[in-house]
Design a protein around this ligand. Structure first.
Ligand code: NAD
Length: 467
């Protein structure tokens, strides 16, 4: 029997807590899941029959408000899963300095079995169930996309919330991952995948760590396998490919393909859209199962689908040198230990996929300020840059041509600012993680938990405990 997901998260927590000197009672409080709501609600299906749908929302830690975490649609959703994922959100937010507590929600459905109208009714009713219990709102708890949900579901959520709370001026901040036209922020769609890419790039830039893996520095020329071509996996694959990595294997729900010469992810995704499957992609070889992709020889493995993918059962056959956990919990604790013993570099989920919540934070800030990021200062910044360039011209007696002037005087737009904030966060956090790992002589996952525990403990310590 596999170890329950929340127990796995807690075992990482306990391992890291031994490297801290916080009060044991406080550690128990940090570790506990504060609130779990389970709901069963009716869905009237298109054929008039009634089906009961199960949903959950867990708020792991309210040491900061609002709490934050995605809503997933998957048949694997249960109380244990949302509690584990909510806990990961608490630690992730602390690690990357996003001022939220952790939460997660899920609805137990296979989204492909429902029509668009049915999915809309499920989403709106689940939002209502959250609203009725004060479990959603810009100051309370802010969902986001996750497995099986995306901008469309986020739009239904914000519309339902706004309908229920018409006088709430900050209503748009009740959920993130919205389309830009609905109060979303430019750069959110690709944020998690871009963050995963930055994490890999940072890890690959450290000569000492690469040498230990028998690799040179840089992403360029490295071979990579990506499992799951949804929001996170697709964008990760795309950024890796753009940086010169060779995608030698790709996996989706229906199967996996391999090509040592490298696969073009856009071509594979277009082919899947057309045929309904990645299998038989021209020039590639089909693998016997989708899980077989995890066992391909490669430098970088990116599990970007669901939890419990690298397990005690298959870990000995996993040959990647670096595993970047784009999904949450893709490696079980037993597999984690085996990989550590073999010297495989693991970039932990808590850090690696934090880009989504970082940019969700920027979106929430935008919603509360009611102004597009960069709107106030862009012209001014452009004009200031131009003045500096003209001063340089005056001092040097040389004239710059118009193309150079307009190119150099450019000021940041919303997407530039979002990407700058995301890159800065991922780079800084990697530096901190590596430093803690060296200081404590631990792996990066344990270092991430140590850092997160310290930060949450500091918040409790400074605020005290009510009453
Ligand atoms: P998604 O629904 O957009 O994509 C998941 C993809 O995985 C789908 O295309 C699905 O068909 C595929 N898949 C399912 N089972 C598979 C299997 N056995 N093998 C290969 N592919 C399989 O979901 P997502 O938003 O990309 O989330 C993926 C993971 O990333 C989840 O663990 C989620 O919690 C995590 N995550 C997502 C975000 C985000 O911003 N969306 C942020 C942080 C973490």
């Amino acid at each position: 029997m596999s170890i329950p997901f929340f127990a796995q998260v807690n075992s990482y927590f306990d391992k890291a807590a031994r490297h801290t000197d916080h009060d044991p009672g406080l550690l128990q409080q940090i570790r506990a899941c504060n609130t779990v709501m389970r709901v069963a609600f009716p869905l009237e299906r298109d054929d008039g029959t009634i089906e009961v749908i199960d949903g959950w929302r867990a708020q792991h830690s309210t040491h900061r408000a609002p709490t934050k975490g995605g809503i997933r649609y998957s048949l694997m959703v249960d109380e244990d899963e949302v509690m584990a994922l909510a806990a990961l959100m608490t630690y992730k937010c602390a690690l990357v300095d996003v001022p939220f507590g952790g939460a997660k929600g899920g609805v137990r459905i296979d989204r492909t079995s429902y029509s668009d109208g049915e999915l809309e009714r499920i989403t709106r009713r689940f939002t209502f169930e959250l609203f009725a219990r004060n479990l959603i709102g810009p100051a309370v708890d802010v969902p986001a996309p996750d497995y099986g949900t995306g901008p469309r579901e986020m739009t239904w959520i914000v519309d339902t919330y706004t309908t229920l709370a018409p006088s709430q001026i900050d209503a748009a901040g009740c959920v993130t991952g919205k389309p830009v036209s609905q109060g979303g922020v430019r750069g959110r769609t690709e944020a998690t995948g871009l963050g995963v890419y930055y994490a890999i790039r940072e890890a690959c830039s450290v000569a000492e760590d690469m040498k230990a893996l028998g690799l040179g520095t840089g992403v360029e020329g490295k071979t990579a396998v990506v499992q799951g071509l949804g929001n996170v996996g697709y964008h990760t694959a795309k950024f890796l490919q753009e940086a010169g990595a060779l995608l030698v294997g790709l996996a989706e729900a229906e199967g996996a393909i391999q090509d040592a010469r490298g696969l073009d992810v856009d071509a594979v995704v277009a082919y899947r859209k057309e045929t309904g499957s990645i299998l038989d992609f021209p020039g590639a070889t089909n693998l016997p199962t989708n899980a077989a992709a995890l066992e391909l020889e490669c430098d970088i493995l990116v599990p970007a689908a669901l939890e419990n993918q690298v397990t005690r059962e298959n870990v000995d056959r996993v040959r990647a040198k670096l595993i970047a956990e784009a999904a949450n919990g893709p490696t079980t604790t037993e597999a984690n230990d085996a990989l550590l013993a073999r010297g495989v570099l693991q970039l932990p989920d808590m850090y690696t996929n934090a880009g989504g919540v970082v940019v969700s934070y920027f979106e929430w800030v935008k919603n509360l300020s009611h102004v597009r990021l960069g709107r106030m200062g862009r012209r001014f910044e452009q004009a200031s840059n131009l003045k500096i360039l003209h001063a340089v011209e005056a001092l040097t007696g040389r004239r710059l041509d118009d193309a150079t002037l307009t190119g150099a005087a450019v000021a940041a737009g919303e997407q530039d600012l979002v990407r700058s904030g995301l890159e800065d966060t991922m780079v800084e956090a990697y530096g901190e993680l590596r430093e803690i790992a060296r200081r404590e002589q631990v792996d990066l996952r344990t270092a991430a938990y140590i850092e997160a525990i310290d930060k949450v403990a500091r918040t409790y310590g400074e605020r005290g405990i009510f009453p």
